[in-house]
Design a protein around this ligand. Sequence first.
Ligand code: DC
Length: 221
Amino acid sequence: MIPVLTIDGPSGVGKGTVANIVAARLKWNLLDSGAIYRAFALAASKRNIQIDNIEKLVELASNLELNFAPDSANNTLAVYLDSQEVSSDLRTEETAELASKFAMIGAIRESLLIRQQDFRKLPGLVADGRDMGTVVFKDAPYKVFLTANVEERAKRRLKQLRQRGITGNILQTLEDVKKRDERDARRKHSPLMPSKDALIIDTSDLTVSEVVTKVMVLVKV
Ligand code: DC
């Protein structure tokens, strides 16, 4: 059995940062499932496929030419779509918003499922997203759900956007984060929620390294 640590939670909570550090410490593989949804959204928008064209969207999801490669400069994974690097295009709020809309459609989620499960390789996997613990890796032995109040998450998201050279203001970011959370939590298919067996960590008043310590204590391998 290949061990999996799932890290789920709402936008801006710091899942990606924590997942990156923990995966590096454990020397496990890393799945940023949000990047898959974002890349899918980017591909659909480039091809001008509308949200109601389910047949074309499912076909795209099944054939998406998507690859991840280690980006040692940023200590993360670079994302390639149709052989082109799209890592920075994926991080914009527009792409996130579009990804959240496409992610509501059950048929798309299903078509992207195996692609995510294929990341489960030895010696282990750290998977971050919204439904890692509830759906994609339901049998994972280690599950974490990160939360933080919405103001704190908007602040973290804005800081991250600015570090990537993307402009934004706090009120707009707060609105974006709230809207996306609501959509992700209310959708019918695989809504954002903690798995019953997940350790819930409120990170509002914790530093990244305090969160990492709590997660590492859970895994103890
Ligand atoms: O984690 P993120 O911000 O990169 O995710 C972008 C959107 O993708 C998110 O708002 C909803 C969707 N998503 C999802 O539905 N399920 C996942 N496991 C990961 C992301």
